[in-house]
Design a protein around this ligand. Structure first.
Ligand code: S3P
Length: 429
């Protein structure tokens, strides 16, 4: 197999990056726009492969979705306007599309079939299938619905009270989406807060959803009405340049219009705790979501412990955080992050394997990893594991490696950050 090589001699990063739209919010804007009445205009939509899976799904169910300049227009005709698709849905690599759509499709009056790529086929779906079955959904799939391919025989649902057994916004969202059509109240309870974009956006579209003492409560009583959405920049994408700015000597990087919803800013809390010099400016709120600019300057970092409630608030940033920790003085311990094993790949294994190859001192644990720093990385040959965030970590690692980093592919980056290399190039001095 031919490898791609990344080599940066004495790099320094300086300048501004406008990071692309948030992946989670982009998916939700298509879903809620498609099931509401009227035209939803979405600006700064993430043009990545995962979000296109969600667009394709609704087009296949008869929703007109088009580009207008840099915006996306969704012509929603309500839930009742959705039609049975001609064929099976191919959700590719997208866990968010699959889990959220399972919730929605469970309550629609027709049968649908879902499959995905090799990675998605290995990811657990029982976490959504179990509560949806409790609501009355008829779902059949591999190993009793644990894995794709899955067939959903949509129909009448009833509300349930569900306490999340896993810290997962996708599970929460699937149950809330099913709750939009279910008879009676659907209540979701979570011990640790996960990203709340579904709740924020459903309220903006007019759903009957309230945060109450007993949990998040939704009914089928709200009438969903189209609503313009400005998608904030994705903090999970920004994190790669935030980390790069923090560890590449002499750097100063500003990341513009980054989403700063408190359920997503764990990475900022942790890097500040490690001593990073970050400032936040131009804070504002759009559609219930906080946005601002982040400026990071290179400075010496120290190790820390990352555990407990912060984990869901930075779960997608752990690969790049691990790289950052290799450059920090002392020990960094990451715990309570067993969810990493069921991401696009087993990210505990992928991160530890790759960073070990590159010369880091890192040890995998059952629920995270331990990193001893600082180590000057050597470079070497690694794999992206076909996982966009592992691939981007590999490229950023090359900025602090003595010799080139070679990787088996880089195209997986298009899943969440198609302009990653252009943005890197623009700030590379
Ligand atoms: C997401 C939730 C998280 C995250 C994923 C996107 C979402 O997954 O890792 O990238 O949009 O709800 P889990 O819900 O599985 O933790």
């Amino acid at each position: 197999m031919s490898h791609v090589q990344f080599e940066y001699t004495s790099p320094r990063l300086e300048g501004e990056v406008i990071v692309p739209g948030d992946k989670s919010i982009s998916h939700r804007s298509i879903i809620f726009g498609s099931i509401s009445h009227g035209i939803t205009k979405i600006s700064n939509f993430l043009d990545g492969e995962d979000c296109h899976r969600t667009i394709d799904a609704f087009r296949e169910m008869g929703v007109q979705i088009e580009k207008e300049g840099s915006s996306v227009l969704v012509h929603g005709n309500g839930l009742e306007g959705l039609k049975k698709p001609a064929g099976a849905f191919d959700f590719g690599n997208s866990g968010t599309t699959t889990r959220l759509m399972l919730g929605l499709l469970s309550g629609l009056p027709f049968e649908t079939k879902i499959f995905g790529d090799a990675s998605l086929t290995k990811r657990p779906m029982d976490r959504v299938v179990t509560p949806l079955r409790e609501m009355g959904a008829a779902i059949h799939g591999q190993e009793d619905g644990k894995y794709l391919p899955i067939t959903v025989h949509g129909g009448a649902l009833k509300g349930i009270t569900y306490r999340l057994p896993v810290k997962s916004a996708q599970v929460k969202s699937a149950v809330l989406l099913a709750g939009l059509v279910a008879e009676g109240e659907t209540v979701v309870q979570e011990d640790t807060e996960t990203r709340n974009h579904t709740e924020v956006m459903l309220q903006a579209f007019g759903a009957d959803l309230k945060q109450k003492k007993e949990g998040i409560v939704v009914t089928n009583k709200g009438k969903l009405t189209a609503c313009d959405v400005e998608v904030p920049g994705d903090i999970s994408s920004a994190a790669f340049f935030l980390a790069a700015g923090a560890i590449v000597p002499g750097s100063t990087v500003t990341l513009k219009n980054v989403g700063l919803n408190a359920s997503r800013t764990g990475i900022l809390d942790v890097v500040k705790q490690m001593g990073a010099a970050i400032t936040v400016s131009n804070e504002r709120t759009t559609g219930g979501e906080k946005i601002g600019d982040l400026t990071i300057k290179y400075t010496a970092l120290k190790g820390t412990t990352v555990e407990g409630e912060v984990i869901p608030r930075l779960i997608d940033e752990i690969p790049i955080l691990a790289l950052l920790a290799t450059q920090a003085e002392g020990k960094t311990v990451i715990k309570d992050a067993e969810e990493l094993k069921v991401k696009e790949t087993d990210r505990i294994e992928a991160v530890c394997q790759n960073l070990t190859t590159l010369g880091a001192n890192i040890t995998p644990t059952e629920d995270g990893m331990i990193i001893e720093g600082p180590t000057r990385l050597t470079g070497g040959t690694i794999s992206s594991y076909m996982d966009h965030r592992i691939a981007m970590m590999g490229v950023i690692a090359a900025l602090v490696s003595e010799s080139p980093v070679k990787m088996d592919e880089k195209d997986s980056i298009n899943i969440s950050y198609p302009t990653f290399f252009d943005d890197l190039e623009a700030i590379l001095q």
